[in-house]
Design a protein around this ligand. Structure first.
Ligand code: PGA
Length: 257
């Protein structure tokens, strides 16, 4: 098993530059790249750097198709706190891609059908998303963040390895973290579930780039790189991937050798 490559950056800004350069390099080698993207605080500097590269005419994404890792359940276009809106505001508004997709987490008005009908519809949407990824040739480069509990996408610590895209309940820790990061600490406002690519789907990507910054991620990074490989720490599963790069800052790296 090949060990993950680890790039240790000084801070969040440098992390953005390093990760954006890695992505830009892959796009220059394959202008029709299929790129997996996350939302969150960590990728913000990566998206700023991609935008700079585009503005400086160093980056052409016109052949690149993007797929986001996840979306909050029953959020989407028009919802201020959706990942759709986040991606639009942080990246898609500035850098034109060939096509950009997010999981459809709001396929209909749930009031118009029974819960079981609605859940069936969500399942169908998840399968469609996986099929679309496959039809585009699979993900070439998948950028991921990491939760303070070691989650990837919304794959929370679990006894089992998740498969394709699915509806998932957020862990209490994730709700707390996201409340602090995006909802002024108000946990009741954080959606409690989401549609996320599963770990098997993520692991199918040809290359995975994990980004993490700040001391709050140090333990998760230690567990991911040096603890047991277990679905209890979804990020540790990435060590079974042949081409994975961790781009982290000094604070995050403080517990690893
Ligand atoms: P963050 O989220 O980038 O906002 O820290 C990462 C994650 O929860 O996966």
């Amino acid at each position: 098993m090949k060990k993950p490559t680890v790039y240790c950056c000084k801070n969040h800004s440098e992390l953005g530059r390093v990760a954006a350069s890695l992505i830009a390099q892959q796009i220059s080698q394959n202008p029709n790249l299929v790129l997996g993207l996350p939302s969150g605080k960590t990728p913000i500097t990566v998206y700023q750097e991609l935008r700079k590269k585009y503005d400086n005419e160093e980056l052409d994404c016109s052949g690149v198709t993007t797929f986001n890792l996840d979306e909050y359940f029953q959020r989407g276009k028009g919802d201020a706190d959706s990942y759709y809106t986040f991606m639009h505001e942080r990246l898609f508004k500035y850098v034109p891609f060939k096509a950009s997709y997010l999981p459809n987490a709001k396929p209909a008005d749930p009031k118009e059908m029974s819960t079981s009908e609605y859940l069936t519809l969500i399942d169908e949407e998840c399968s469609k998303y996986d099929k679309l990824i496959e039809d585009c040739g699979g993900i070439d480069v998948q950028l991921v963040g990491i939760g303070s509990n070691g989650h990837i996408g919304f794959n929370e610590p679990s006894d089992e390895i998740s498969g394709g895209t699915y509806l998932v309940d957020l862990a209490e820790q994730t709700i707390k973290d996201n409340a602090e990061k995006f909802y002024n600490g108000n946990k009741s406002e954080v959606p409690k579930s989401a549609i996320s690519m599963g770990m098997e789907q993520i692991m199918k990507a040809k290359m995975i780039i994990l980004i993490a910054n700040g001391i709050s991620k140090a333990k998760a990074i230690y567990d991911a790189l040096e603890g047991p490989i277990t679905p209890q720490v979804p990020a540790s599963l990435l060590r079974e991937h042949e081409d994975v790069i961790f781009v982290i800052d000094e604070a995050t790296a403080s517990l690893i050798d």
